[in-house]
Design a protein around this ligand. Structure first.
Ligand code: DHB
Ligand code: MG
Length: 632
């Protein structure tokens, strides 16, 4: 299948849109009618610009309110069609894209509709053009692809086919088996869009909430399976109406778009265990086995206080870099790298963002394969300067320009800590922190879908629906992505992506203060949180204070023993429960810049304490008002 995208998907003027689409590597484009009308030049000029950019124009769509018009309007409707044929020919496109009639004037009756397509097909044939017919899910009479197909079938013209738009079909929950039986030469083109599940009328849902394949919840696998069974190998064109994309960067949305189609075809081919036309060969998506290490960029001056906090959190220095001003800290299965080197990536990251997480190292089954997959998905691997004798750890750019390193146990990369670090002989006492439970990344609201696609196309992941969390300064959207949780090779990866449209939330302040998106908190798992938090308090780690009301409410709504609630109250531990189990969590006071740590105890619980997030955010907001004192 040939990847394509509609100009309506991205922000900007028509020329900016086309440039972004070409830069993302698309060979083909759908020009949305409004973009053409708003363009201050001739269609021939648009054709030339596209040709210069290497873009073929599949169509200029849509052609509205055509079929079933009453006799008095019919002639005028065909006159309009002739004008649109002229336009298409000027653009060098051969497809008239008709979407089903929404006009209150439109008459039903299939015979009349069929007759209209017979005549339209004949007129198009005289000019060597084709006609495609799409059922809008809110069409006046035709809103089901099976009716559109029946009209096309009965019109029986070789140049008249159906347009299948995944949104219209899946939004109405239509069965897909009939789609699989449409002869492939009768499919004029296919449009792709995903969407989150929402209780909305199809028109509002379609015009504001469509998103790229993999970013929503529609059954695109079912759609692709039906499409593949027809043998279709034509144009697969993204048509996304989305308010975030209209406000975002055209280049980034176009690149994400291309990536989403490459991912979709790869995933379809894998499910079918046979080649799918147009699929790019690449290694399969693997699980993330574990967070191998977390790297902090920290200045010489800020380092002692961070080291002091790590020590109080039970970490011990486990190694010193052989050639750089970098140390390795560990506890249980957690490894933290503190990078204060005066040169290199971490240094420039620190200058821009202050003390922050500049890299996440993820352990995968095969690091080289993971990098090959990022390339196939049109990501550009990061190449940094490698010191003598140092490992060349493959990496790609992640959230906020930070790095995602890939490590594995199968290659020499498995020995990274010994190759790059001189071991220190510190006996690690610890406070009972076992492994990284999850990492939360805060980003601009408009970026959230980009990073969701980044992780979900690269790895074998599972995502949960996006949730709204209440911050005293506004709403924060929160999206969970998980990988490798049932892998026997490690703890897997649990990520939370947070974004907010309000400027007054803690998320927004974090982005402002850290000069960009990044890791806002890291959660460590403990098996006895009461003991662990008790030791942290004794070591003087400043922990977030939770209001008395929270515990009074907990007493009222749970059957937890009073002495247990008293212990949680004394230590500032929050509690949640889901079908599968129990969850306990506590937070450190944020460092300057907003970064903080969380301690969790997960007893069969699958979530992240979303029920408590509002309590935590309110407690942090109170602290911000007092201005957090640096930890000494
Ligand atoms: O929202 C619309 O009007 C509209 C227009 C053209 C399409 O292909 C479509 O799916 C929707
Ligand atoms: Mg459409």
């Amino acid at each position: 299948m040939i990847p394509s995208i509609a100009t309506v998907c991205v922000a900007g003027t028509l020329v900016e849109k086309l440039e972004a689409i070409a830069a993302a590597g698309f060979p083909m484009v759908e020009i949305f009618e409004n973009d053409l009308i708003a363009f201050p030049g001739s269609p021939a000029e648009v054709r030339r610009i596209c040709a210069d950019l290497g873009l073929a124009i599949i169509t200029c769509q849509p052609f509205r309110d055509f079929e079933g018009m009453p006799e008095a309007r019919r002639q005028r409707t065909f006159d309009r069609a002739e004008r649109k044929f002229d336009l298409l020919q000027e653009l060098g496109s051969d497809l008239l894209f008709v979407c089903s009639n929404v006009s209150p004037e439109a008459l039903g009756g299939m015979d009349r509709q069929v007759q209209d397509f017979v005549e339209l097909g004949e007129r198009a044939a005289q000019r060597g053009l084709r006609v495609g017919y799409e059922a809008l899910s809110w069409g006046r009479h035709v809103f089901d692809y099976r009716d559109a197909w029946e009209i096309v079938r009965r019109a029986d013209r070789p140049n008249v086919g159906v347009v299948l738009d995944s949104f219209h079909i899946l939004a109405r929950g239509l069965e897909l088996a009939s789609m699989g039986r449409i002869p492939r030469e009768k499919i004029a083109m296919v449009q792709m869009a995903d969407a989150p599940l929402l209780q909305l009328d199809p028109l509002s849902w379609s015009r504001h909430w469509r998103c790229l394949p993999g970013q929503g919840d529609l059954d695109l696998s079912g759609f692709m399976d039906a499409l593949v069974s027809t043998g279709y190998d034509g144009v697969l064109s993204l048509e996304i109406f989305n308010d975030r994309f209209r406000a975002g960067s055209a280049r980034s949305v176009a690149l994400d778009g291309h990536r989403s189609l490459i991912w979709l075809l790869d995933e379809t081919a894998r499910r079918h265990r046979r080649p799918v036309p147009g699929a790019v060969p690449m290694p399969p998506p693997g699980p993330v086995e574990a967070v191998e290490f977390i790297e902090f960029a920290v200045s010489e001056t800020a380092r002692p206080s961070l080291e002091h906090l790590l020590a109080a959190l039970g970490f011990a220095q486990a190694g010193r870099h052989r050639s750089k001003d970098v140390t390795l800290w560990s506890q249980g299965d957690i490894r933290i790298v503190l990078n204060s080197d005066a040169e290199g990536f971490a240094h420039s990251y620190q200058i821009t963002h202050g003390t922050s997480v500049c890299a996440l190292a993820l352990r995968v089954p095969d690091a080289r394969a993971a990098i090959e997959r990022t390339r196939a998905l049109r990501d550009v691997p990061y190449a940094g300067a490698i010191g003598p004798g140092e490992l060349d750890i493959p990496a790609v750019r992640g959230v906020g320009g930070s790095l995602v390193y890939f490590l594995d146990r199968a290659s020499a990369l498995g020995r990274w800590s010994l190759v790059d670090f001189e071991p220190s002989l510190n006996a690690v006492q610890g406070v009972g922190l076992l492994h990284v439970d999850h990492v939360a990344q805060t980003m601009q609201y408009e970026e959230m879908l980009t990073w969701l696609l980044f992780y979900s196309s690269l790895f074998d992941t599972r995502k949960t629906p996006s949730q709204a969390v209440m911050d005293p300064g506004g709403v924060v959207q929160s999206q969970v992505v998980e990988s490798g949780l049932d892998s026997t090779a490690g703890q897997g990866l649990r990520l939370i992506l947070n974004g907010s449209q309000s400027h007054r939330t803690l998320s927004a302040r974090f982005i402002h203060e850290a000069f960009g998106s990044g890791v806002q908190h890291v959660a460590f798992a403990a098996s006895d949180i009461v003991a662990t938090v008790g030791r942290l308090r004794a070591a003087g780690v400043p922990l977030l204070t939770i209001p008395e009301n929270y515990y009074d409410d907990l007493e009222a709504r749970t059957d937890l023993p009073p002495e247990e609630i008293a212990r949680m109250r004394a230590l500032g531990i929050l509690y949640d429960r889901d079908g599968a189990g129990e969850f306990r969590q506590a937070y450190t006071v944020p460092l300057e810049g907003g970064l903080f740590f969380e301690i969790v105890q997960r007893d069969g619980y699958e979530g992240y304490g979303a029920a408590n997030a509002g309590i935590r955010l309110a407690a942090q907001a109170r602290l911000q008002q007092m201005e957090a004192a640096p930890f000494e």
